[in-house]
Design a binder for this molecule. Structure first.
Ligand SMILES: *Cc1c(COP(=O)(O)O)cnc(C)c1O
Length: 359
């Protein structure tokens, strides 16, 4: 049995990415590994056309949460303070990380079903001169909401704080204006919009931020700047997940050949709209409006006649894996991500399955 994965990562792989992992066993202390590591680091910058004098990519072995934790713990200095925007589970996770590490924190809580209140955010930033950073999730995968970073970036510039962006479920598919926004670091992962396998946690960091990094580091394994130094010198501090590098290398080649993140954004949007139009004709309503959603994932209200488990289990029989809501939304909605090697024919079959189940 195999499934079409409509969960927000890991994704269905293309054949070429799957086959790339069959390459030779490789020691991570040999030049062949370092060359691949360096190429992947450069290709990650190229996804957003970034200058490698100003920006650096750091790659660690771990899931997306490792990237979030490395970013927060390494970037906020001991005398710094972070304001976290919370309008979903991942925003709350950013706060939880800060709290666990004793990083001074304040929260800007927003309703999950409405956009961020920018006026309230600006007031909160303006009233606390100790704040040095703002942490925000670009695509709140909890609800599919795309937090509009343009306005938030403007506010951060005015209030002179640097942005730490969780782009784990948007890097490779949504616009991220690295050079226009006051960005200090962006967290990403190999297994979502980049179409690799799980295992690599990525942080794109402004090289200038090295100067204000947390010293001494709050973590041994997640010390971003320790990795940066070693990787710049063509080394690695710890044993990396080599097969995940093989897969990400191939996936990044594929992304570039397919037209880059803009083409991926168009493709996800087309698939997402195809599904939305199809289920709306079955009276299934979006949880938040399409214009407020990411291109990556949409959340829908569960039809009254079905529990989530019922819907999930029946769809699985048809070969599709969907995703539940998180937290108090678990009995209210279901989520459909269009990341990965999915085509319009798959969405057609998915809609046919919905029609049969709802009849
Ligand atoms: C998936 C995701 C993460 C990381 O989750 P992991 O399970 O650690 O990979 C972080 N932030 C967002 C917004 C995500 O969607």
């Amino acid at each position: 049995m195999s499934w079409i994965l409509l969960n927000p990562g890991p994704v269905n792989l293309s054949d070429r990415v799957r086959q790339s992992m069959q390459k030779t066993d490789l020691c991570h202390r040999e030049p062949e590994y370092f060359e691949m590591q360096q190429q992947v680091r450069e290709m990650l910058l190229q996804v957003y056309g970034l200058d490698n004098e100003k920006w650096a990519s750091v790659i660690m072995t771990g899931s997306g949460t490792a990237a979030m934790e490395a970013m927060l713990t390494s970037m906020v200095p001991l005398d710094g303070k972070v304001l976290v925007i919370e309008n979903g589970v991942y925003g709350e996770r950013l706060s939880m990380i800060a709290e666990l590490h004793g990083i001074p924190l304040s929260r800007c809580r927003g309703a999950w079903e409405s956009p961020i209140d920018e006026a309230a955010l600006e007031q909160q930033l303006a009233s606390d001169p100790q704040l040095t950073h703002l942490a925000v999730v670009q695509h709140e995968t909890t609800t599919g909401r795309l937090n509009k970073l343009e306005g938030i970036a403007e506010i951060c510039r005015r209030q002179q704080v640097k942005m730490l962006i969780d782009a784990v479920s948007s890097f490779g598919a949504e616009h991220i204006r690295f050079d226009d926004w006051p960005v200090a670091a962006v967290a990403a992962s190999s297994n979502k919009c980049l179409h690799g396998i799980p295992g690599l946690a990525i942080v794109i960091v402004d090289r200038q931020a090295t100067k204000t990094a947390c010293q001494p580091p709050r973590s041994l394994y997640l010390d971003l700047f320790g990795y940066l130094d070693k990787q710049d010198a063509l080394g690695t501090p710890f044993t990396p997940a080599v097969p995940a590098y093989y897969a990400l290398h191939e996936a990044l080649l594929e992304l570039a050949e397919q037209g880059g993140y803009q083409a991926r954004q168009r493709r996800y949007t087309e698939l997402g709209e195809q599904f939305r139009l199809g289920v709306e004709s079955l009276s299934i309503k979006p949880y938040i409006a399409a214009r407020e959603s990411s291109c990556v994932l949409r959340a829908y209200q569960l039809p009254a006649s079905l529990s989530y488990d019922d819907l999930h289990d029946q769809l699985k029989q048809f070969g599709f894996v969907i995703y539940a809501g998180q937290g108090n939304l678990s009995d209210k909605l279901f989520r459909i991500s269009t990341m990965g090697e999915i085509c319009p024919g798959d969405i057609e079959k998915l809609l046919a399955a919905f029609r049969q189940i709802l009849q």
